[in-house]
Design a protein around this ligand. Structure first.
Ligand code: ZN
Length: 234
């Protein structure tokens, strides 16, 4: 193990934790009440807690290669379970999918040959194929490779937000107006956070409200939810 990690543990135990012990004990006594679920890339340069300056107990975080959310029906696993627990048990009111610049997973998507020794990564990235197709077929052919990588990461966030809505716990919370969805893109080199407004990504600024991908508004597919008056009623 790298000595910096061992030293970090020692510093935490010796001088950080003693000053925060009451906060940690309160988090155990009262239980966690995280403000949001953030699904981010496992990339070591993209730390949701650091970007949002959140402390222990404030964020429920799920990280994986490519900030991917498998569609509900195709795969059960860690991401699905984290979503369900965050929405049903913890009652989070916001879910964020956070992509980023210089993403290795997105590079792998652009160059499948580079993944020949990583069959699990290649299989995992199939959940991002829609984003790849969007960039290949809907964007100009002569797009610069650096720009292509960037728009692929952006489109991937949008695709994963779509997958998120296929999870029953998410779909139900959205219909009840108890959940908002957010798509973020973190530009590592500038520290800029871009947020999806349902149409495009906008750079965050302090004097404008946070763009939201899907705002929390209760909705019904019928004009009269209390009566059984549906489409085609006589
Ligand atoms: Zn990444």
């Amino acid at each position: 193990m790298d000595t910096s990690i061992i030293q970090g543990i020692s510093t935490f135990r010796g001088s950080v934790f003693p000053g925060q012990q009451r906060m940690y004990q309160r988090l155990v006594r009262d239980g966690q009440q995280p403000k949001a679920l953030i699904i981010a890339c496992a990339d070591s340069r993209v730390s949701p807690e650091h970007i949002t300056q959140a402390g222990p107990g404030e964020l429920f975080v799920c990280r994986n290669a490519g900030n991917i959310v498998p569609p509900f029906s195709q795969m059960n696993g860690g991401v699905s379970s984290a979503i369900e627990y965050a929405v049903v048990a913890l009652g989070v009111r916001d879910i964020v999918v956070c992509g980023h610049s210089d993403c290795g997973a997105m590079k792998g998507l652009m160059q499948p040959g580079a993944l020949k020794d990583m069959p699990n990564v290649a299989a995992w990235l199939r959940h991002s194929h829609a984003a790849d197709r969007i960039v290949c077929e809907a964007y100009p052919d002569d797009i610069d490779p650096a720009d292509r990588l960037r728009v692929l990461a952006l489109e991937n966030v949008v695709v994963q937000l779509t997958h998120l809505r296929t999870h029953p716990s998410v779909a139900s919370a959205l219909a009840r107006g108890r959940l908002s969805l957010h798509g973020w893109f973190f530009e590592i080199e500038t520290g800029t956070l871009h947020a999806y407004d349902g149409s495009r990504f906008v750079a965050l600024s302090d004097d404008a409200p946070l763009p939201v991908a899907e705002v929390s508004v209760p909705r019904f597919a019928t004009a009269d939810p209390s009566g059984a008056v549906g489409v085609g009623a006589e």
